[in-house]
Design a binder for this molecule. Structure first.
Ligand SMILES: [Fe+2]
Ligand SMILES: [Fe+2]
Length: 376
């Protein structure tokens, strides 16, 4: 009999939408130059070098070797980026800075165009900083997978992903330094999640946390930004990163599908709880509490207001458009009495269950400097 764990135990609060509890999670060591996470996991040597025993992983590996790009030389870094002008144009396209919400009686009532512009700029600095930190998480997790996964085809593939992720950290860091106007430390909720993934010693949990949850969300978020941005350098950068990310998510789906077939109901339930916890942490981080604090506004006074904007709600749930179908493909939604289905229903994202999963999406998202040259 699987032991029932309640929300308090999994996400440290009883109600998913308890704003007090969400905002109480903050980093206190922002001045530290780094952060150590202890973990005692097994590094696995395999003596079976039979390449192609897992044909889908082998195909992905061959594809990855042909799809490398260079963050320094394949992007138009000489593009001029006027961050404020982009924020202004974006606001005009979306019905003004307040997007029609009534800010009467809130700290935002006193804001003029200057404050809203600054907020837009800070918000972009924050978003790209979190992408960069998340990419470092991916770099570290994928290096871990090289060590711990038992199959040679997966070790080969994961090695290519290590290079991809190094490039992603590099490219977001360069964009922040050269085109934007400030870095943010890692968001407290994102850090909790990355620490949880790295602390777990089971090799498949690294995959579930990173390839399925974090990268599934990243793929959706990059796609959204790629569609919305009018800045050509960022658009191209995101296109290259997304074409890599689609392979990474496929790697997770293809690897875990096989492994989950061997697991007991109790073991599957642990994976479901882990997926739910990750989903909540990622949702919490999008409240951008650090940006509000920087603007001198108590996040608790404004976040409820923002949660009511329909476009924001749509964006929040869209972030799960890859995660939910992939969890379904892995059998995680309905196993163990459908526990995860119930939780995703509470989170309001179950509607994506029949969207296309990401097992093969990398074929259509393929982008390399060569393919771009052919297309133009
Ligand atoms: Fe990445
Ligand atoms: Fe990735």
């Amino acid at each position: 009999m699987t032991q029932m764990r309640e929300n308090e135990e999994i996400i440290d609060r009883a109600q998913i939408d308890d704003l007090e509890a969400i905002m109480a999670v903050v980093n206190t060591d922002w001045d530290e130059p780094g952060h150590d996470v202890p973990s005692a996991y097994d590094t696995h040597f395999t003596w079976n070098y039979e390449k192609g025993e897992r044909p889908k992983l082998d195909k992905l590996y061959e594809k990855a070797k042909r799809s490398q790009w260079n963050a320094q030389t394949d992007l138009p870094w000489d593009t001029e980026v006027d961050q404020e002008e982009l924020v202004r144009a974006n606001a005009i396209a979306n019905g003004g800075f307040t997007q029609g919400i009534d800010v009467t009686g809130t700290p935002l009532e006193a804001w003029g165009d200057a404050e809203w512009l600054q907020f837009g700029v800070e918000s972009q600095n924050w978003t790209l900083s979190q992408f960069m930190h998340g990419e470092q998480g991916a770099l570290i997790c994928t290096a871990r997978i090289v060590e711990s996964v038992p199959w040679i085809d997966a070790k080969y593939y994961a090695a290519t992903q290590v290079v991809d992720e190094a490039r992603h950290v590099e490219v977001f860091s360069k964009y922040l330094d050269e085109k934007l106007s400030g870095h943010y430390p890692i968001n407290a909720h994102l850090r909790l999640l990355l620490d949880d993934i790295i602390t777990d010693t089971r090799w498949d949990m690294t995959y579930l946390g990173m390839q399925i949850m974090v990268e599934g969300l990243a793929l959706a978020a990059f796609g959204f930004m790629h569609q919305m941005t009018t800045e050509p350098l960022l658009k191209q950068l995101l296109r290259y990163v997304m074409s890599d990310e689609a392979r990474h998510v496929a790697f997770g789906v293809l690897s875990l599908q096989e492994y989950y077939e061997e697991l007991s109901a109790a073991e599957i339930r642990e994976r479901q709880e882990f997926a739910f916890e990750a989903a909540v942490r990622m949702r919490d981080r999008f409240l951008q509490q650090e940006v509000w604090e920087k603007m001198g506004v108590d996040p608790k006074a404004v976040v409820p207001l923002l949660l009511d904007i329909p476009e924001r709600q749509m964006f929040q749930t869209m972030l799960f458009s890859k995660i939910v179908p992939n969890c379904k493909k892995l059998g995680l939604l309905d196993a163990a009495d459908g526990w995860l289905r119930t939780k995703f229903t509470e989170l309001g994202c179950i509607g994506f269950e029949d969207w296309e999963d990401t097992g093969a999406e990398y074929e259509s998202l393929q982008a390399t400097p060569e393919s771009d040259a052919l297309a133009s």
